[in-house]
Design a protein around this ligand. Structure first.
Ligand code: NAD
Length: 337
């Protein structure tokens, strides 16, 4: 089987490539990545010489640049490539439109022309907007798309084009909507790695607004196994929600868990001006994929502990990032702390 992973040098894509090659060692996994700020080939250093892992530097928003890959008779496309950080969509939304919408359109067009057997779109629970903090509702496959920022709006737009290709051109597509991931290789602008690495640097953890926002947290490898199952057993033309099984948890409670593991007290939290249009709560009903036989393997406390361990053991990885491009972004969002 030939699998094309886009955005494989990023957080989830790199974990997915490792997951796939370990589980299906006879498959060939092509990784096309434009190596934007979050793309890091160090995430794949251990397999760079593996003939079953060809890397191609390419931008999915440039049709001609990625067409040659499709001539290699790709069976499955898994589209991770995206601009993925809400904060950045407030400052540079055009990058989101170019990659998340035009890039997905190009992949769909090429997948149709070259008769790919399955196209899987990796999406997010953020496309459904947010829930009130006291709401008992959960997003499900029947929830209407109602994005609230330009990250989620571009992911929702991409999904609609995926659905159009399935309906109009009969391209065999599936979509998954996953909740927040944690684990190794995540760029340290996102809440969990930002918290861990700030504490390691002796800096406080910036927390938006009241910190009461609620998220679901899932270990990245549980996300990978869910995508695998949807590709193999999911119904063509449908979507699957992917969520976690822990109790509702606010951002403050999550950071307190990290602080406890790192033996620090609550003084290490610093409340900062809230993000514009900050979604209050996400919660996911994943009973549909459960019926296919999936459930998360990692408990929340284990996922957090493993993630803290990884960042503690891989200082070189994140220090290089934090001393470079990241710094400009951090100052733009949180000021010069
Ligand atoms: N991180 C989460 O918690 C989460 C949750 C649900 C869904 N998702 C989705 O999963 C996917 C991966 O997220 P992530 O957190 O790994 O993101 P990431 O930002 O870590 O990685 C994105 C990767 O895409 C690459 N890329 C960006 N623009 C590109 C382009 N034009 N052409 C080719 N490559 C390009 C980047 O270089 C990077 O390697 C995204 O589609 C995101 O919407 C993420």
């Amino acid at each position: 089987m030939k699998v094309l992973v886009t955005g494989g040098a990023g957080f989830i894509g790199s974990n997915f490539i490792h997951y796939w090659l370990k589980k299906y060692p006879k498959d060939q996994v092509f990784n096309v990545d434009a190596l934007k700020y979050a793309g890091n080939l160090e995430n794949l250093k251990d397999i760079e010489a593996d003939p079953n892992y060809p890397f191609i530097k390419g931008d999915i928003s440039k049709y001609d640049e990625i067409e040659p890959i499709f001539k290699k008779e790709i069976d499955i496309v898994v589209n991770f490539a995206a601009q993925s950080h809400v904060d950045r969509s407030l400052y540079d939304p055009y990058e989101f439109i170019t990659t998340n919408i035009i890039g997905t359109k190009n992949l769909l067009e090429l997948s149709t022309r070259y008769k790919v057997k399955k196209f899987h779109q990796v999406s997010t629970d953020e496309v459904f907007g947010d829930l009130a903090l006291n709401s008992k509702d959960k997003f499900s496959e029947r929830t209407l798309l109602k994005p609230s920022n330009e990250y989620s709006a571009t992911k929702a737009s991409a999904e609609m084009i995926v659905m159009a290709y399935n309906f109009t051109y009969k391209l065999p597509t599936t979509i998954s909507n996953c909740t927040n991931n944690i684990g190794p290789n995540q760029y340290p602008e996102k809440l969990v790695p930002l918290a861990i690495t700030n504490i390691m640097e002796g800096k406080k953890v910036p927390i938006y607004g009241s910190g009461k926002n609620v998220r679901d947290w899932l270990h990245v490898l549980d996300h990978c196994s869910a995508i695998d199952l949807v590709i193999k057993a999911g119904k063509v033309g449908e979507r699957y929600m992917i969520g976690s099984d822990h109790e509702e948890i606010s951002n403050i409670q999550l950071i307190k868990k990290i602080l406890k593991i790192m033996k620090k007290d609550g003084d290490w939290m610093e409340f900062v001006t809230d993000r514009l249009g900050h979604d209050r709560k996400y919660a996911v009903d994943w009973s549909k994929i459960k019926k296919l036989g999936w459930k998360p393997k990692y408990k929340l406390d284990d996922s957090i502990r493993l993630t803290v361990d990884w960042y503690m053991k891989n200082e070189d990885w994140w220090k290089k990032i934090k001393s470079g491009e990241f710094r400009k972004h951090y100052e733009k969002v949180y000021g010069n702390r």
